[in-house]
Ligand binder design. Structure first.
Ligand code: ZN
Length: 277
């Protein structure tokens, strides 16, 4: 078990949404100057851009593109809405291929008033429909279970156990799981389910941030590592004991941090990463 923090920045990835004050062009220069090794790109950052050129610019700065965020949101109340979601996921896969991102993160979706079981069936149908596209493009799809407080409208997949069950049912080597400490830290089954996911070669991604007490906004009050109560290092140790060698991705939605000076914030991310991750 790593009882020590990361020794360097070689596995530090930052999500563009974390520093959303910056355009993708500004972010890539700032990340490169700060020695950030990886980036996960949110699709809104690519709006109105030539995506393959952005990919080239990131590679020329030696920034590894870790994932494209995000696809998913399959549950729908009509066939046409489900088809629209499938089409949007096909576009996400195309965008990942243009960018040179090896994977797309899936926030699977949920619909208030529709049973979670029905939503999960639609999630399975939606992922199955786009897997041939993922296969043609060589892109991995990572199911990200979300905290159950989002089970109403963001994800009917709320634990690694449920994500493993979906992966078992679809059974495709390009389908795996993104483990986000924010969503999963409370789950007594987390260690065991990470082990199962690893045995089935499904540990695709690892997202970090912290849980604030009190949490003042259900979506946009995440903490910087060390500000909250998540045992980040312990969860990272479970990932690494199970041979996860990918990036530690800092994904922080925070009204508070988004107001900070972004240059100062990026320095604080680096020091929090080295002290508290
Ligand atoms: Zn995440």
């Amino acid at each position: 078990m790593p009882d020590s923090p990361p020794s360097d920045l070689s596995r530090l990835c930052v999500h563009t949404v974390t520093t959303k004050k910056w355009s993708i062009e500004e972010a890539m220069d700032k990340y490169a100057a700060a020695g950030i090794a990886g980036i996960t790109v949110w699709r809104d950052a690519l709006d109105q851009r030539n995506i393959s050129i952005i990919g080239e610019q990131l590679r020329s700065r030696n920034i590894k593109i870790v994932s494209l965020c995000r696809g998913g949101f399959f549950p729908a109340d009509s066939d046409s809405a489900l088809q629209a979601a499938i089409d949007d996921n096909r576009r996400a896969i195309e965008e990942a291929a243009e960018l040179g991102a090896p994977s797309v993160v899936l926030v699977c979706g949920a619909l208030p008033g529709q049973s979670l079981e029905r939503s999960r069936q639609q999630i399975i149908a939606g992922i199955s429909a786009v897997l041939p596209d993922a296969e043609a493009a060589g892109i991995q799809l990572s199911i990200e279970p979300l905290h159950p407080m989002y089970a109403d409208d963001r994800s009917a997949i709320n634990t690694v156990s449920q994500a493993n069950a979906v992966c078992d049912q679809i059974d495709h080597p390009l389908l795996g799981i993104a483990v986000d400490v924010y969503h999963l830290w409370w789950d007594e089954q987390l260690e065991a389910q990470i082990r199962i996911a690893a045995q089935k070669k499904r540990l695709f991604a690892f997202h970090i941030c912290d849980w604030m007490t009190p949490t003042t906004d259900l979506l946009n009050d995440r903490g910087l590592m060390g500000e909250g109560c998540i045992p980040i290092r312990q969860i990272r140790s479970w990932m690494e004991e199970n041979h996860f060698t990918g990036f530690n991705e800092v994904e922080i939605f925070s009204n508070r941090w988004w107001q900070a000076d972004p240059d100062d914030y990026l320095q604080q991310i680096k020091s929090a990463y080295l002290k508290h991750s």
